[in-house]
Write a protein that binds this ligand. Structure first.
Ligand SMILES: [Zn+2]
Length: 202
């Protein structure tokens, strides 16, 4: 087999959820694709590294030339309600339900010292700034995944809000236990809608 084809198969095998056999099939698909498609494919790959940035407020993914995402800049959305999620995909899952009209804050990690993820790796400071700078009481909705990392992350947020004297302007809730066995990304719409509607203050 030519070296360049072997190399392509290796690169594809590195992707998650791809078995070696599928990697070979995909490599042959690309080999037989027309040059235009491959050129566009290459450009799209370069593009995701060069032209994607983060929203200055909620840290969701954004085209690099924009400062704020559509949600953070929308006056019709309740800017005093913030759902805290780990991943951008979690935010997209909640948005797909059309049941929530507030904003988000993406931490991009959950605290996990065993995996070398510490407090300073997460977008906490900008979250506390958002609460501090708000003229109104803010509701923080913890959209936690069912694992110990998220328990630690939720506890940290609660403790910091108390120690920074932000308690009087913060209401902390968490999605209801409907969701307890589910990761947000995999939960169906009805489960998510119920979890948001029946959120509990903690
Ligand atoms: Zn935003």
């Amino acid at each position: 087999m030519p070296e360049s084809l072997k190399n392509l198969i290796n690169m594809i095998s590195f992707l998650p959820w791809i078995w070696e056999k599928s990697a070979t099939k995909l490599a042959f698909f690309l080999l037989h694709s027309n040059k235009n498609y491959l050129e566009n494919f290459r450009e799209a790959l370069v593009d995701i590294k060069e032209n994607i940035w983060y929203c200055a407020k909620c840290h969701c993914l954004l085209d690099k030339w924009k400062k704020l995402c559509n949600i953070c800049s929308d006056e019709n959305r309740n800017q005093n309600s913030i759902i805290i999620v780990e991943e951008y995909l979690d935010m997209l899952s909640i948005e797909q339900t059309w049941a929530y009209k507030g904003t988000y804050h993406i931490l991009w990690w959950a605290i996990s010292p065993v995996n070398w993820v510490f407090v300073w790796d997460l977008n906490f400071e900008s979250l506390f700034k958002r609460i501090e700078n708000s003229d109104n009481k803010v509701e923080i909705i913890l959209a936690t995944n069912p694992n110990i990392e998220w328990e630690a992350t939720s506890s940290y947020i609660k403790e910091e809000i108390s120690s920074r004297a932000l308690k009087h302007k913060t209401k902390i809730t968490r999605l209801s236990r409907w969701l307890s066995a589910w990761y947000i990304e995999y939960a169906d719409n009805m489960t998510l809608i119920s979890a948001i509607k029946e959120r509990k203050e903690i």
